[in-house]
Ligand binder design. Sequence first.
Ligand code: NAD
Ligand code: UGA
Length: 455
Amino acid sequence: MTKILCMGAGLVGGPTMAMIARKNPAVQVTVVDINRKRIDAWNSDHLPIYEPGLDEVVKEARGRNLFFSTDVEQGIREADIIFVSVNTPTKTFGHGAGCAADLQYWEKCARQILEISTSDKIVVEKSTLPVRTAAAMERILHSGKKGVRFEVLSNPEFLAEGTAIADLDKPDRILIGGHPTPEGQRAVRKLVELYGAWVPKEKILTTNLWSSELSKLTANAFLAQRVSSINSISALCEATDADIGEVARAIGTDSRIGPKFLKASVGFGGSCFKKDILNLVYLCEGYGLHEVAEYWRQVVRMNEYQERRFVARMLKEMFNTIAGKRIALFGFAFKADTGDTRESPAILVARELLEENADLVITDPQALEHARLDLADGIDRVTFESDPYQAARGAHAVALLTEWREYRTLDYQRIFDGMVQPAFLFDGRNHLDHAKLHAIGFNVYSIGKAALKHF
Ligand code: NAD
Ligand code: UGA
């Protein structure tokens, strides 16, 4: 029986391995983590992350051929294939701080694999890593004296949060990078076989190691770039009465451009877009490609501009003062269908509003726990409320920051009636029926569209 180990039971490791185990009942999959609380949660009825459909996949395979454990050493010893899916955040210290990837967790894994292993293994980079990391990994793994052979592959993950299970079940593609040597290609074939259990062969792309590593960073950079591009045009729409929805539709019907990822918003968030672009920027700088670095850096700058622009508009429209005013934030997660708030635009929006001495009430169906931690330092001016009606009661403004489906069907007449007048609504996701809200009496501001006001 093939034995797989995954180091890192996070948003990628947990769901990805659960899917592999579900589709390969004859393969034993163990997911380990140094965080005991996380592993306990994976073994309980309350999984550590919220992902639609995840519970069923985990329940089907857990205890059969899917196991969650803190025994990293035993896992390494027994495994034939080891996926490394640990976090690779932006460095916060030393050389490259604020830009380069912090590779300490990844390197610890490589060293531990080397130390514990007594049999040959395929080591798979699942984490997102700078291009040529596999070379460093190989250098560490091949420094041993036990005669154990390691073959390193790159197999980046493209799932998006909130749709992780659907993405894993029907991926656009699976990418596997390996060396062109016979051993390298044998390892690649093993991984192809694993995914081939449910992914059509033509969707499994094989490349050299470096292309695979670089494709992951590039995919995220292109996706984020589209959001920044449409957001940049949203600013021009607001200045000219063009409508960003109409512009997006008009350009998106060009089959060369395509309709996806053209939704203007308060900004992109999530744990990876910013981190991966900055990682790309740092790499380019390292190779002396300053113009290329500058080109991609601008995608991140544009995003910060968009987040700040949103708050600046709130301030300006609310008579240039929001001190002491109650403002309800609808949504704190970085996108709908997740409880994740990492790099959520809501964090910067909340912080800027607090700087203006606003009183904030935050509501979100899944992310309140994380929101509390994100705003721990401003806690005396922030209230957390699970009921959006309560959150909006007595507020001067509602700012919608996450496109939760349930926010569409709220009784906005009831919300309006409970608010201080004139009541403002800022839709940071162009998610609501603006004409209807305006008819109720709200002054409505959205992204890249003309304001609908009553004065
Ligand atoms: P995460 O922070 O949710 O999980 C990483 C886990 O690794 C943590 O639970 C941590 O305790 C564990 N860990 C750290 N060192 C360890 C060690 N030595 N042994 C065992 N466990 C260890 O991170 P994530 O969101 O799952 O992301 C993991 C990687 O995948 C990152 O490189 C990220 O860029 C990439 N990625 C993330 C997403 C996403 O949607 N979150 C999508 C695609 C790729
Ligand atoms: C993104 C990529 O889509 C995944 O392919 C990738 O695997 C992942 O990053 C990663 O490497 O971590 P994710 O961040 O989970 O996935 O979510 P997205 O759906 O890409 O959304 C990112 C942000 O962009 C969200 O804040 C979202 O609201 C925003 N967005 C997205 C827009 O503002 N407009 C759009 O049109 C699309």
